[in-house]
Design a protein around this ligand. Structure first.
Ligand code: C2E
Ligand code: MG
Ligand code: MG
Ligand code: MG
Length: 272
């Protein structure tokens, strides 16, 4: 642990700032090692057809257990990976690992499971991303049609001139594209209309007070209608209660994902 020199005038905030950036620095060193020594894992959170409760897809979520620090969440280390230039390698590894797992399920007779993989905005800023996706598909022999890439709104709104052609190129590979955390970014509906999306993932902040909250009911109903009109699939994430589930099912929301059904788990824990 860091020992700070304490001169009389150094205040609490400065010390706190130092320890925060030190943790970040240590984190980036650890993360680099973790990548090199294959200490990261991918867990999979099932997505269910709301009618039948059959698993129709999974979302790949990266997991990291450090011997010293314990579990570290992606919300903490993904931004560090982005900042420290590690996200391409991390993203490439997650993509190949997930596609390989998807192929394993196919080879075991589990057909049609869609594999959704999160993609960071940073990955799209580099011209190689298209090649990374191609390579992952070729190496794993996983069919492009079953791969879905999840992007958040901020990733295509910033630098749109560079990103939009990439999205179109990705579609031409046959992969599917989803807007993640829909409604939480600087949403502009024109992006929903003009880009080649397949799926909207409604953020859990829109559904956490269902069914009691009237505004949330109106919002979800509207988003579901929008998706239907635009021929987009819907996944609702963060379903935590039977009441939320009942409401969403009654509104014909196709696919649901959340702790009420299952958290992200190791591949072998999923029973299809
Ligand atoms: P996300 O893509 O929106 O993923 C959903 C997050 O919500 C996951 O957190 C998941 O475990 C959590 N979640 C699922 N169901 C529920 C629920 O019912 N209630 C609550 N409260 N939470 C639920 P996780 O795994 O900690 O990931 C956080 C974020 O980190 C992800 O948000 C995604 O943006 C990012 N992330 C995770 N894995 C990767 C990755 O491989 N690459 C990139 N670029 N980002 C990743
Ligand atoms: Mg996601
Ligand atoms: Mg999300
Ligand atoms: Mg998120």
């Amino acid at each position: 642990a860091a020992k700070h020199e304490r001169r009389g005038s150094i205040g609490f905030y400065e010390e706190k700032l130092t320890s925060v950036s030190q943790r970040k620095l240590q984190l980036s060193v650890k993360l680099k090692q973790a990548l090199e020594t294959e200490q990261l894992r991918v867990f999979y959170q099932p997505q269910y057809a709301s009618e039948t409760l059959q698993i129709v897809g999974v979302e790949a979520l990266v997991r990291w257990h450090d011997a010293e620090w314990g579990w570290i969440g992606p919300d903490e280390f993904i931004p560090v990976a982005e900042e420290m230039g590690l996200i391409e390698r991390l993203g490439e590894w997650v993509l190949l690992t997930s596609c390989t797992q998807g192929k394993l399920w196919l080879d075991n007779g589990i057909k049609g499971i869609k594999m959704s993989v999160n993609v960071s905005a940073h990955q799209l800023r580099f011209g190689q991303f298209m090649g990374t996706v191609k390579q992952a598909l070729i190496k794993s022999r996983f069919p492009a049609e079953l791969l879905q890439l999840e992007l958040t709104e901020s990733s295509f709104i910033e630098r749109e001139q560079e990103v939009i052609p990439q999205l179109i190129a990705l579609k031409s590979l046959g992969v599917q594209l989803a807007i993640d955390d829909f409604g939480t970014g600087y949403s502009s509906l024109s992006y929903v209309a003009t880009l080649p999306w397949d799926t909207l993932k409604i953020d859990r902040s829109f559904i956490n007070r269902l069914p009691e909250d009237k505004a949330q009911r109106q919002m979800t109903d509207t988003i579901l209608q929008l998706a239907k009109n635009m021929d987009l699939s819907i996944v609702v994430e963060g379903v935590e209660t039977q009441a939320q589930f009942d409401y969403l099912r009654s509104k014909k929301c196709e696919v649901i994902q959340g702790y009420y059904f299952s958290p992200a788990v190791p591949a072998e824990k999923i029973t299809f």
